[in-house]
Design a protein around this ligand. Structure first.
Ligand SMILES: Nc1ncnc2c1ncn2[C@@H]1O[C@H](COP(=O)(O)OP(=O)(O)OP(=O)(O)O)[C@@H](O)[C@H]1O
Ligand SMILES: [Mg+2]
Length: 248
Protein backbone atom coordinates (compact mmCIF):
# COMPACT_ATOMS: atom_id res chain seq x y z
CA UNK A 1 0.00 0.00 0.00
CA UNK A 2 1.41 3.32 -0.99
CA UNK A 3 1.25 6.20 1.33
CA UNK A 4 1.04 9.73 0.17
CA UNK A 5 3.52 12.06 1.65
CA UNK A 6 2.61 15.49 2.82
CA UNK A 7 5.06 18.21 3.52
CA UNK A 8 3.95 20.49 6.25
CA UNK A 9 5.89 23.50 7.38
CA UNK A 10 5.43 24.69 10.88
CA UNK A 11 5.76 28.28 11.97
CA UNK A 12 5.94 29.12 15.59
CA UNK A 13 3.15 31.31 16.90
CA UNK A 14 5.71 34.05 17.55
CA UNK A 15 6.93 33.93 13.99
CA UNK A 16 3.39 34.03 12.57
CA UNK A 17 2.50 36.92 14.84
CA UNK A 18 5.64 38.77 13.72
CA UNK A 19 4.87 38.28 10.01
CA UNK A 20 1.28 39.38 10.57
CA UNK A 21 2.42 42.48 12.39
CA UNK A 22 4.79 43.41 9.55
CA UNK A 23 1.91 43.02 7.12
CA UNK A 24 -0.48 45.09 9.22
CA UNK A 25 2.12 47.85 9.65
CA UNK A 26 2.82 47.86 5.94
CA UNK A 27 -0.84 48.24 4.99
CA UNK A 28 -1.28 50.97 7.61
CA UNK A 29 1.78 52.81 6.26
CA UNK A 30 0.68 52.54 2.64
CA UNK A 31 -2.82 53.77 3.45
CA UNK A 32 -1.41 56.69 5.41
CA UNK A 33 1.04 57.62 2.66
CA UNK A 34 -1.70 57.49 0.01
CA UNK A 35 -4.12 59.47 2.11
CA UNK A 36 -1.96 62.59 2.31
CA UNK A 37 -1.66 63.22 -1.45
CA UNK A 38 -5.29 62.13 -1.96
CA UNK A 39 -6.43 64.76 0.55
CA UNK A 40 -4.38 67.50 -1.11
CA UNK A 41 -5.83 66.54 -4.49
CA UNK A 42 -9.37 66.87 -3.16
CA UNK A 43 -8.66 70.23 -1.49
CA UNK A 44 -6.97 71.61 -4.58
CA UNK A 45 -9.81 70.45 -6.84
CA UNK A 46 -12.39 72.06 -4.51
CA UNK A 47 -10.48 75.34 -4.39
CA UNK A 48 -10.18 75.29 -8.15
CA UNK A 49 -13.94 74.84 -8.56
CA UNK A 50 -14.60 77.78 -6.28
CA UNK A 51 -12.42 80.34 -8.02
CA UNK A 52 -12.19 79.17 -11.59
CA UNK A 53 -14.58 81.89 -12.91
CA UNK A 54 -13.34 84.76 -10.79
CA UNK A 55 -9.62 84.43 -10.61
CA UNK A 56 -7.99 82.70 -13.58
CA UNK A 57 -4.43 83.35 -12.43
CA UNK A 58 -5.08 81.78 -9.02
CA UNK A 59 -6.85 78.94 -10.83
CA UNK A 60 -3.74 78.32 -12.92
CA UNK A 61 -1.67 78.12 -9.76
CA UNK A 62 -4.02 75.53 -8.23
CA UNK A 63 -4.01 73.56 -11.46
CA UNK A 64 -0.23 73.39 -11.47
CA UNK A 65 -0.18 72.32 -7.82
CA UNK A 66 -2.75 69.68 -8.71
CA UNK A 67 -0.45 68.40 -11.42
CA UNK A 68 2.59 68.16 -9.14
CA UNK A 69 0.59 66.41 -6.39
CA UNK A 70 -0.67 63.95 -9.01
CA UNK A 71 2.89 63.31 -10.18
CA UNK A 72 3.91 62.67 -6.61
CA UNK A 73 1.10 60.21 -6.10
CA UNK A 74 1.94 58.30 -9.25
CA UNK A 75 5.64 58.22 -8.28
CA UNK A 76 4.62 56.73 -4.95
CA UNK A 77 2.54 54.05 -6.68
CA UNK A 78 5.39 53.25 -9.10
CA UNK A 79 7.79 52.86 -6.15
CA UNK A 80 5.35 50.60 -4.30
CA UNK A 81 4.93 48.38 -7.36
CA UNK A 82 8.71 48.22 -7.90
CA UNK A 83 9.23 47.30 -4.28
CA UNK A 84 6.51 44.63 -4.33
CA UNK A 85 8.15 43.08 -7.39
CA UNK A 86 11.63 43.21 -5.86
CA UNK A 87 10.39 41.73 -2.60
CA UNK A 88 8.52 38.87 -4.21
CA UNK A 89 11.82 37.04 -3.97
CA UNK A 90 11.77 35.93 -7.57
CA UNK A 91 15.26 37.27 -7.98
CA UNK A 92 16.39 38.56 -11.35
CA UNK A 93 13.99 38.38 -14.26
CA UNK A 94 16.42 38.36 -17.16
CA UNK A 95 20.02 38.50 -15.94
CA UNK A 96 22.59 39.39 -18.53
CA UNK A 97 25.96 41.11 -18.64
CA UNK A 98 25.64 44.73 -17.54
CA UNK A 99 28.42 47.29 -17.85
CA UNK A 100 27.95 49.11 -14.54
CA UNK A 101 30.25 51.96 -15.51
CA UNK A 102 28.31 52.68 -18.72
CA UNK A 103 25.05 52.42 -16.81
CA UNK A 104 26.29 54.96 -14.23
CA UNK A 105 27.33 57.40 -16.96
CA UNK A 106 23.74 57.24 -18.25
CA UNK A 107 22.25 57.82 -14.80
CA UNK A 108 24.61 60.75 -14.13
CA UNK A 109 23.78 62.41 -17.40
CA UNK A 110 20.04 62.08 -16.72
CA UNK A 111 20.49 63.59 -13.25
CA UNK A 112 22.72 66.40 -14.44
CA UNK A 113 19.90 68.88 -14.93
CA UNK A 114 18.60 68.49 -11.36
CA UNK A 115 22.17 68.84 -10.09
CA UNK A 116 22.84 71.93 -12.16
CA UNK A 117 19.68 73.58 -10.84
CA UNK A 118 21.13 73.23 -7.35
CA UNK A 119 24.62 74.14 -8.49
CA UNK A 120 25.93 70.72 -7.44
CA UNK A 121 28.89 69.27 -9.29
CA UNK A 122 29.25 65.62 -10.25
CA UNK A 123 32.53 63.83 -10.39
CA UNK A 124 33.33 60.29 -11.57
CA UNK A 125 36.51 58.77 -10.18
CA UNK A 126 37.97 55.42 -11.10
CA UNK A 127 40.22 53.54 -8.76
CA UNK A 128 43.05 51.30 -9.88
CA UNK A 129 43.49 50.33 -13.49
CA UNK A 130 40.44 48.10 -13.69
CA UNK A 131 38.65 48.64 -16.96
CA UNK A 132 35.96 46.04 -16.61
CA UNK A 133 32.83 46.78 -14.60
CA UNK A 134 30.66 44.00 -15.96
CA UNK A 135 28.30 42.11 -13.66
CA UNK A 136 25.57 39.56 -14.36
CA UNK A 137 22.47 41.46 -13.52
CA UNK A 138 19.20 43.12 -14.37
CA UNK A 139 19.79 46.45 -16.08
CA UNK A 140 16.45 47.97 -15.06
CA UNK A 141 16.91 47.10 -11.39
CA UNK A 142 20.50 48.34 -11.35
CA UNK A 143 19.48 51.60 -13.02
CA UNK A 144 16.76 52.09 -10.42
CA UNK A 145 19.23 51.42 -7.60
CA UNK A 146 21.84 53.94 -8.78
CA UNK A 147 19.20 56.51 -9.73
CA UNK A 148 17.81 56.35 -6.17
CA UNK A 149 21.26 56.76 -4.61
CA UNK A 150 22.28 59.66 -6.84
CA UNK A 151 18.85 61.27 -6.45
CA UNK A 152 19.30 61.17 -2.66
CA UNK A 153 22.83 62.55 -2.90
CA UNK A 154 21.54 65.54 -4.91
CA UNK A 155 18.38 65.97 -2.83
CA UNK A 156 20.13 65.96 0.54
CA UNK A 157 23.04 68.20 -0.43
CA UNK A 158 22.93 71.98 -0.14
CA UNK A 159 23.45 74.16 -3.22
CA UNK A 160 27.11 74.46 -4.11
CA UNK A 161 27.91 70.96 -2.84
CA UNK A 162 29.57 68.02 -4.57
CA UNK A 163 28.56 64.45 -5.45
CA UNK A 164 31.34 62.01 -6.25
CA UNK A 165 30.88 58.55 -7.75
CA UNK A 166 33.81 56.20 -7.35
CA UNK A 167 34.27 52.87 -9.07
CA UNK A 168 36.58 50.00 -8.27
CA UNK A 169 36.58 46.40 -9.40
CA UNK A 170 38.57 43.22 -9.20
CA UNK A 171 37.93 39.71 -10.44
CA UNK A 172 35.21 39.06 -7.90
CA UNK A 173 33.46 42.31 -7.08
CA UNK A 174 32.46 45.64 -8.53
CA UNK A 175 32.40 48.34 -5.85
CA UNK A 176 30.63 51.66 -6.43
CA UNK A 177 30.57 54.48 -3.87
CA UNK A 178 28.35 57.53 -4.01
CA UNK A 179 29.57 60.30 -1.70
CA UNK A 180 28.05 63.67 -1.11
CA UNK A 181 28.92 66.75 0.89
CA UNK A 182 25.34 67.07 2.13
CA UNK A 183 23.45 67.22 5.38
CA UNK A 184 24.42 63.71 6.47
CA UNK A 185 22.51 61.31 8.71
CA UNK A 186 22.71 61.31 12.53
CA UNK A 187 24.38 58.16 13.83
CA UNK A 188 21.41 56.90 15.79
CA UNK A 189 19.17 57.02 12.69
CA UNK A 190 21.59 55.17 10.42
CA UNK A 191 20.34 51.70 11.32
CA UNK A 192 16.81 52.47 10.11
CA UNK A 193 17.25 54.29 6.82
CA UNK A 194 16.85 51.17 4.65
CA UNK A 195 13.40 50.47 6.12
CA UNK A 196 10.39 51.19 3.97
CA UNK A 197 8.86 54.63 4.52
CA UNK A 198 11.60 55.65 6.93
CA UNK A 199 12.65 59.30 6.67
CA UNK A 200 15.07 61.00 8.99
CA UNK A 201 13.14 64.23 9.01
CA UNK A 202 9.46 63.97 8.11
CA UNK A 203 8.95 67.74 8.03
CA UNK A 204 11.82 68.27 5.70
CA UNK A 205 10.61 65.55 3.35
CA UNK A 206 7.37 67.43 2.87
CA UNK A 207 9.26 70.01 0.86
CA UNK A 208 11.55 67.52 -0.89
CA UNK A 209 8.65 65.17 -1.58
CA UNK A 210 10.25 61.86 -0.56
CA UNK A 211 8.24 58.86 0.57
CA UNK A 212 11.05 56.85 2.13
CA UNK A 213 10.93 53.93 -0.30
CA UNK A 214 14.10 54.71 -2.28
CA UNK A 215 16.62 53.04 0.00
CA UNK A 216 14.51 49.93 0.55
CA UNK A 217 14.47 49.54 -3.24
CA UNK A 218 18.27 50.01 -3.22
CA UNK A 219 18.77 47.34 -0.58
CA UNK A 220 16.55 44.83 -2.38
CA UNK A 221 18.29 45.35 -5.71
CA UNK A 222 21.72 44.83 -4.13
CA UNK A 223 20.51 41.66 -2.38
CA UNK A 224 18.80 40.33 -5.51
CA UNK A 225 22.22 40.56 -7.16
CA UNK A 226 23.90 38.67 -4.33
CA UNK A 227 25.49 41.91 -3.16
CA UNK A 228 24.99 44.44 -0.39
CA UNK A 229 24.96 48.15 0.37
CA UNK A 230 26.56 49.97 3.26
CA UNK A 231 26.43 53.54 4.51
CA UNK A 232 28.80 55.84 6.34
CA UNK A 233 27.58 59.21 7.44
CA UNK A 234 27.54 61.81 10.16
CA UNK A 235 25.16 64.72 10.62
CA UNK A 236 26.45 67.75 8.76
CA UNK A 237 29.34 65.89 7.21
CA UNK A 238 27.93 64.25 4.12
CA UNK A 239 27.24 60.60 3.37
CA UNK A 240 28.82 57.74 1.47
CA UNK A 241 26.76 54.80 0.22
CA UNK A 242 28.77 51.85 -1.10
CA UNK A 243 27.36 49.06 -3.25
CA UNK A 244 29.19 45.72 -3.60
CA UNK A 245 28.16 43.60 -6.58
CA UNK A 246 29.64 40.14 -7.13
CA UNK A 247 30.73 39.65 -10.74
CA UNK A 248 29.27 36.23 -11.27
N1 LIG B 1 22.58 61.04 0.78
C1 LIG B 1 21.82 61.28 1.85
N2 LIG B 1 22.13 62.29 2.71
C2 LIG B 1 21.38 62.54 3.81
N3 LIG B 1 20.28 61.84 4.14
C3 LIG B 1 19.93 60.82 3.33
C4 LIG B 1 20.67 60.49 2.15
N4 LIG B 1 20.06 59.44 1.55
C5 LIG B 1 18.99 59.13 2.32
N5 LIG B 1 18.90 59.96 3.39
C6 LIG B 1 17.90 59.91 4.48
O1 LIG B 1 17.30 58.62 4.48
C7 LIG B 1 15.89 58.73 4.30
C8 LIG B 1 15.42 57.55 3.47
O2 LIG B 1 15.87 57.69 2.12
P1 LIG B 1 14.97 57.13 0.94
O3 LIG B 1 15.66 57.35 -0.35
O4 LIG B 1 14.56 55.75 1.31
O5 LIG B 1 13.66 58.03 1.04
P2 LIG B 1 13.34 59.50 0.50
O6 LIG B 1 14.49 60.03 -0.29
O7 LIG B 1 12.85 60.30 1.67
O8 LIG B 1 12.10 59.24 -0.45
P3 LIG B 1 12.08 58.55 -1.88
O9 LIG B 1 13.47 58.10 -2.21
O10 LIG B 1 11.14 57.41 -1.70
O11 LIG B 1 11.59 59.61 -2.79
C9 LIG B 1 15.66 60.07 3.65
O12 LIG B 1 14.39 60.58 3.97
C10 LIG B 1 16.77 60.91 4.27
O13 LIG B 1 16.34 61.36 5.54
MG1 LIG C 1 15.28 58.82 -1.88
Amino acid sequence: MSRSRREVSYFSIDELERVNKIRRDFIANVSHELKTPATSLRLLAESLEEIIDEDPSQARLFASQLRSETERLSQLITDLLDLARLESGEGLEAPGPVDVRGLLMGVLSRMRRAARQKNITFKWKRFGRAADYTVQGDETQLTSMFTNLIDNAVKYTQPGGRVEVTGDSDEETVVISISDTGIGIPEKKLARIFERFYRVDKDRSKSTGGTGLGLSIVRHVAENHGGRVTVESAAGEGSTFTVYLPRS
